[in-house]
Design a protein around this ligand. Structure first.
Ligand code: 13P
Length: 256
């Protein structure tokens, strides 16, 4: 049965691009991508570049996403960005990225607060989950994926409004993507976890992306796996041609 989930190709620019570079990259993506058929596309630049990239995306189907938010409307949280500051500007917001879990000690409860806050403010959270190499080698992958998925989605009424990205930490920025089998299996664990908590229909409606060294060479083999609904792209999203090649690969899959 063909999936009814529209694939999403989202670029996470991380802490890259000056204002000028962000503007040029956004214009390049818009110009090259045109109107993607059957695929949603988003770019997530650094906070300071959101307005300038929003300007570049105007009139284009490419959506804007932020890389983080703080789960409060205002207050004494120096350096943080509130959901109402993103509302109306962004469609997506990445939460729980492994870099934030690792370098800023973000735990599932905090990630969950961000997911629920994003939904309250009409932002689609892209919630990242994934095991480290050490956890994989210790045979803990399934446990980690189950804990992060159920922890992050706790008390979320409408899970179908959440996008999940399975990003094995060992595959991020290493040039070594998960094998298609490993990616499919990880995503199946995530979807089963949702099915057990919220029912199969809800689980079938959630888009689950793969992330970690996805590039124009490996994209087709990953996207042809059942259950992989697109990609969250780091390095390759900083290159307009490469990023658009991933969008084209997702369009190709939709045509098949
Ligand atoms: P890379 O594509 O650079 O491995 O990064 C993946 C990622 O972390 C996207 O959020």
């Amino acid at each position: 049965m063909p999936s009814t989930r529209t694939p999403l190709i989202a670029g996470n620019w991380k802490m890259n691009t000056t204002l000028a570079e962000a503007r040029i990259l956004a214009y390049n993506v818009v110009h090259m991508v045109g109107v993607p058929k059957g695929v949603d596309v988003a770019v997530c630049p650094p906070f300071v570049s959101l307005p300038i990239v929003a300007e570049a995306l105007r009139g284009s189907p490419v959506a804007l996403g932020a890389q983080n938010l703080y789960p409060a409307e205002s207050g004494a949280y120096t350096g943080e960005v509130a959901p109402n500051m993103l509302q109306g500007l962004c469609r997506y917001v990445i939460v729980g990225h492994s870099e934030r879990r690792a370098y800023f000690a973000e735990a599932d409860e905090f990630v969950n607060a961000k997911v629920r806050t994003a939904l309250e403010y009409d932002l689609t959270p892209i919630m990242c989950v994934g095991e480290t190499l050490q956890q994989r080698e210790a045979g803990e992958t399934e446990d980690i994926l189950r804990t992060q998925t159920s922890g992050g989605l706790a008390d979320v009424d409408d899970v179908s409004s959440v996008v999940i990205a399975y990003e094995p930490v060992w595959a991020i920025g290493t040039g070594v993507a998960a094998t298609p089998d490993d990616a499919r299996e990880g995503i199946a664990v995530i979807r089963n976890t949702i099915a057990e908590a919220d029912g199969q229909e809800a689980a079938d409606s959630v888009r689950i992306l793969y992330g970690g060294s996805m590039n124009p060479e490996n994209v087709a083999s990953l996207l042809e796996q059942p259950g992989i609904d697109g990609g969250l792209i780091g390095g390759a999203s900083l290159n307009g041609e490469q990023f658009v090649a991933l969008v084209r690969a997702a369009e190709e899959r939709e045509r098949e």
